[in-house]
Design a protein around this ligand. Structure first.
Ligand code: GCU
Length: 606
């Protein structure tokens, strides 16, 4: 009998835990109360806050149903037994990964429980309040004033929960973050980057009117650059048949539309004299959206992007993507980036290299990066962390990957700088992998038909043609741009091999080399055939650029990588010391000799 009750309780609890709702668009510009700052924390490697000694979840105890032991309980009399007290604990800074904040958390992988207390008073009784997270790595359980709001899985995308009905004058928020790597995760167990855990991006309370502008996508038609298309969605009890206004003052646009019964309005607006967004002219327009009770402004660039044969056409003109790959690691303090200053410094490095493009590897970066890229005129490749050997057969793994690309499209669909959604990086070919990626591509195109799709594909050789390289990945038919990583001269032979390679690319599609590179320790000098010297890296860039120029369809590249970055896989003492050294810039901001080889190549390829 007891077992049955347990099962019923768990099922009821599961229903109670809300599914993830779609994030609101443009949280970045909305009225909000930041919860950033110092949060108390409890390190919990044995999941003591989630399970009893039988390792059963607390849900089936006579616990107030919030599914956790760490509920911010306080002793009411001296005979009470409570074996924790958040308020007596140390603090972690939010946003921020825990690994780079505390020496004893440098390698920590597991659960940490955070607690933040705060007072809140709504500015209007009818308003709604949402708890918004910029990202949290990797699995996050959220409890608000003792009630479990839900769970989010994925370390690099925003999520939110409505807390209107739970809000009090005095509140406490408990968040369980578990960054343990999982075989069926996205990414999976093995990655070449540091597994920074924690509340790595901002946490804030966003207050909206009872019916508010929850979602919109406003863009220039890729088929006719005199038409601005879009959709706006209201959420709330008065969402149906509502008047909404779209104003773009600089274009003399002020149009009224009406939402349908579902609160949605789709529209087309004929405009003329648009200053198209581009790297050389990153024009952003103030777009003011208003409904009966809500008003929001966004800064939107209008451009077209499509491919035609081997060309990538930005505003109808062929463009060469002078790129560089970037990991989201702070060039200022180390650890996960989370500030506008981090983003500014990385993108300024890229601009100093002569870039008009950045590949944000291997997962969605923070929103400052794409907002600044819009302002600075830098095109962006955003990537889903489907990296290496994902569990292709696992349905939950697929829905996790789909959920993550969906969340980042919802966050960034109005950013002109973002032109490519990347489905994956270096994934060994199999039927399961092809099916997984095909399904993900179909979903992505349906959700956002306005951008290009790519992925770092696998390379092959012709057995009867020595030193040949070709693209025969079965996924080539699904992507708009043929991208691949190649390491001839580093993982694949020595640099002289570059001179022997014969590239045979038969597809009439743009080719983009998403990675090449070599490790070099800044300040280490020697012969150009001596690994780890700056001269080796410099020579590899010289020979690789010559080799790639033989590919007629070459329309861009994002060499690996802008800055040396931390990885537990890079353990060579006195050279790597937990850093992947393929950066063109050291973690201390020192430019290596190869930096100037690539800069010269980009500057002379106008
Ligand atoms: C791979 C992978 C990167 C990795 C790089 C390297 O191509 O995509 O994530 O860091 O090679 O080995 O340095």
């Amino acid at each position: 009998m007891k077992k049955t009750i347990t099962l019923i309780l768990i099922c009821l609890f599961a229903i109670k835990v809300k599914a993830q709702e779609q994030i609101m668009v443009n949280a970045y510009n909305r009225q909000a109360t930041s919860l950033n700052g110092y949060w108390k924390y409890i390190v919990d490697p044995y999941e003591n806050g989630f399970y009893n000694y039988r390792y059963e979840p607390f849900e089936n105890q006579d616990n107030p149903g919030n599914g956790a032991y760490f509920t911010n309980a306080k002793r009411t009399n001296k005979s009470d037994l409570i074996e924790y007290d958040f308020d007596k604990m140390d603090s972690l800074k939010v946003p921020g990964d825990w690994n780079s904040q505390k020496e004893n958390l440098f390698y920590y992988e597991g659960t940490i429980w955070y607690k933040k207390s705060f007072n809140y008073t709504k500015s209007n009784d009818n308003n709604r309040v949402f708890l918004y997270f910029g990202a949290s790595n990797y699995e996050t359980d959220i409890y608000f004033n003792g009630t479990k709001l839900g769970k989010h899985i994925g370390g690099f995308t925003p999520f939110q929960f409505e807390v209107t009905k739970l809000l009090k004058d005095q509140n406490f928020l408990i968040v369980k973050v578990d960054n343990e790597r999982k075989k069926d995760g996205v990414p999976t167990l093995n990655t070449d980057w540091w597994n920074y855990g924690g509340l790595t991006r901002e946490v804030k309370l966003v207050e909206t009117s009872s019916t508010y502008i929850a979602d919109y996508h406003i863009y220039l038609s890729n088929q006719d650059n005199r038409i601005i298309k879009g959709a706006i969605i209201l959420d709330g009890k008065d969402k149906s048949n509502q008047e909404i206004t779209i104003a773009i003052p600089e274009l003399g646009v002020e149009k009224e539309f009406k939402t349908d019964n579902n609160g949605k309005s789709e529209f087309e607006i004929n405009v003329k004299d648009i200053q198209f967004w581009s790297p050389t002219s990153p024009k952003l327009y103030d777009v003011i959206l208003s409904s009966g009770s809500d008003k929001i402004t966004d800064q939107i660039g209008f451009r077209t992007i499509r491919t035609q044969g081997a060309d990538i056409l930005l505003n109808g003109e062929s463009i060469f993507l002078k790129g560089i790959s970037i990991h989201e690691e702070s060039p200022i303090n180390g650890g996960r980036c989370n500030s506008k200053e981090d983003a500014q410094k990385l993108l300024e490095y890229a601009q100093s290299l002569g870039c008009n493009f950045v590949r944000l590897a291997h997962y969605p970066h923070n929103e400052h990066m794409v907002r600044l890229a819009d302002q600075m005129g830098i095109l962006v490749w955003e990537e889903n962390p489907v990296y290496w050997t994902i569990s292709w057969e696992n349905e939950e793994t697929y829905s996790n990957a789909q959920h993550q690309i969906s969340e980042i499209i919802d966050r960034d669909k109005n950013r002109a700088s973002v032109i490519i959604w990347s489905m994956a990086n270096e994934t060994p070919i199999s039927d399961a992998r092809n099916n997984f990626l095909t399904k993900l591509t179909t979903f992505t195109r349906a959700k956002d038909p306005t951008r290009l799709i790519s992925a770092a594909l696998e390379l092959h050789s012709y057995e009867d043609i020595p030193n040949s390289r070709t693209i025969q990945d079965p996924f080539v038919d699904k992507v708009d741009i043929l991208s691949f990583n190649q390491y001839i001269g580093w993982y694949d032979g020595g640099i002289e091999k570059c001179k022997k390679i014969k590239w045979i690319v038969k597809q009439n599609k743009p080719v983009f080399v998403s990675e090449f590179g070599a490790g070099a320790k800044y300040g280490l000098h020697g012969e150009k055939d001596e690994r780890w010297t700056e001269e080796y890296q410099e020579y590899l860039y010289e020979e690789t650029l010559k080799m790639l120029d033989q590919i007629d369809q070459l329309r861009g590249m994002s060499p690996w990588i802008l800055v040396d970055f931390k990885s537990p896989r890079r353990v060579l003492a006195e050279i790597q010391d937990n850093y992947n050294r393929k950066g063109l810039i050291s973690e201390n901001g020192e430019k290596k000799k190869a930096f100037y080889v690539l800069k010269n190549y980009y500057d002379s390829n106008n």
